[in-house]
Design a protein around this ligand. Sequence first.
Ligand code: CA
Length: 268
Amino acid sequence: MHGSLSEAGPAAFFAAISTAFSTAAVEIRVLAFRHMAEARIYVVEDEPDIAEVLAYNLRKEGFEVALEARGDAALEAIRRERPDLVILDLMLPGVDGLEITRTLKRDAATAGIPIVMLTARGEEVDRIVGLELGADDYISKPFSPREVVLRAKAVLRRMQPGGDGDGAAAEREVVSVGQIELDTAAHRVLVRGREVTLTATEFRLLKLMMERRGRVQTRSRLLSDVWGYAEDVDSRTVDTHIRRLRRKLRDEADRIETIIGVGYRLRE
Ligand code: CA
């Protein structure tokens, strides 16, 4: 009896320790080892319940998740750690979500980090400002955790070179329309010889419009091909990105034509 007890000892001890630890803590350790290659996500949310639910569901999918409740601490951590995705509440203590977006998108080192905003009812204006500032997407509260996971995956898929519709994008490919030149491999856009900085989503949007130049692209088509969504998502995301893209295209802005009630077309 004694022999078998001591044999079972280490396992029983470990089981007891595991149960004793909070499940969340154990989960982080396990996932950190199992999914080293998985994306790292920062969840910036000051409501603990929402933050925990998000973290739990994202970790379940294999993502590495860090939580921040304060805006200032989040900004510092994001700039230092450069996560693959930021899920960002707008109303935060310290520095608010819009200011975080502005700061990250202004800095070339962090401009490429995709941001998904969490917005509450009554924050419609902030949501639009956030998209204007360069946020990639938003999710309205209340949301289902599943929806957040799907959005996170869609955004991350878009960020992967060669992922989601880019096909064999490894080879050097330059598309040009008028005075706009887009280099897929270098991820670079020149407008009348001058380089313009685009976010990953703007780049995909422009690339797709250029490849399909002369043809009208409906909002739902763009949402599904650029954002990877089913059609029932608010199409204002598309409009805001188009507006921002036009601004960046400067003298070539009017190449993107609005087809009222339908969508957009890039003029040849
Ligand atoms: Ca909040």
